[in-house]
Design a protein around this ligand. Sequence first.
Ligand code: C2E
Ligand code: MG
Ligand code: MG
Ligand code: MG
Length: 294
Amino acid sequence: RAKKDGRNAYRFFTSEMQAQSARALQLENALRRALERDQLSLHYQPQFALDADGGDGGYGAGGAARILGAEALLRWHHPELGWVSPAEFIPIAEATGLILPIGEWVLREALSQLRRWDAAGLPELTMAVNLSAVQFRHDDLPELVARVLGELGMPAERLELELTEGAAMDNPAVAITVMNELHARGVRLSIDDFGTGYSSLSYLKKFRVGKLKIDQSFVRDLTEDAEDRAIVDAVIRMAGALGLQTLAEGVETAGQLDFLRRHGCEAVQGYLFSRPLPAAAFAEFVLNGQMVSV
Ligand code: C2E
Ligand code: MG
Ligand code: MG
Ligand code: MG
């Protein structure tokens, strides 16, 4: 097809493709050794519950925010390539199957960290861990999750697994079975990036999820874009009617926060409160200000 577009287009196409696949191949090879070479780490971003009343000042919108937990976010630092974004390496990890050992490492590391925070006297937090569709489809996910929780002596209720609409809708029948198994063991589930995928609303009530994470693309222009406001309002209302909680991602401004609070969004996460932090900085953040006035 590229060839029909003429000689220049063809040359552009091939050089672009070559550069892309050379980089992908380089990353793939490097990623194969990343785990054993200790190049992977987790950062933790705080998640907050919004209380509609009480408190003032702080971030400027009135009301209080109470820390609920952390979302574990994978980081890769390679000695020559530097920091590689998860947006670039997660798809490669998924395509090669490397996401299975990496995802298991993430689960164990995040829950180990939660146990260390418990021991250090932090309040009881939940740990949200992102799950790839590849992990979700893998046969022994519920057993793996139960095994890691058991090894660490961590109650299942402390773990929340985030999966995307795509992971769930790919094969809804299988998804329902896996969700039921995880739910039966006490693990919480949320839908990440909600609104960007192709969830069938009729499935939402069958999925054993407790929370919808409203994608940051709807939050970004909330104060300027009437359509985004309508979408976010509709998602919060629908979730409420279905007995689901909502957490808005990517909250950066007091104006966004104010809208979300007024429209009944239960929880938030974003740079307004904190960027994802290394474990020690996260603990410091929590110990210095559990109750944030917003
Ligand atoms: P996600 O799970 O939707 O994570 C939210 C992303 O938004 C994170 O990017 C986070 O750093 C960023 N973020 C948080 N607050 C704000 C904000 O206020 N403004 C803006 N502009 N961005 C904000 P990150 O860490 O680069 O991760 C990107 C994606 O990579 C994640 O999206 C998730 O899909 C994937 N990912 C990260 N860690 C893992 C993992 O351990 N396993 C799997 N399977 N996927 C992961
Ligand atoms: Mg997530
Ligand atoms: Mg998200
Ligand atoms: Mg995302």
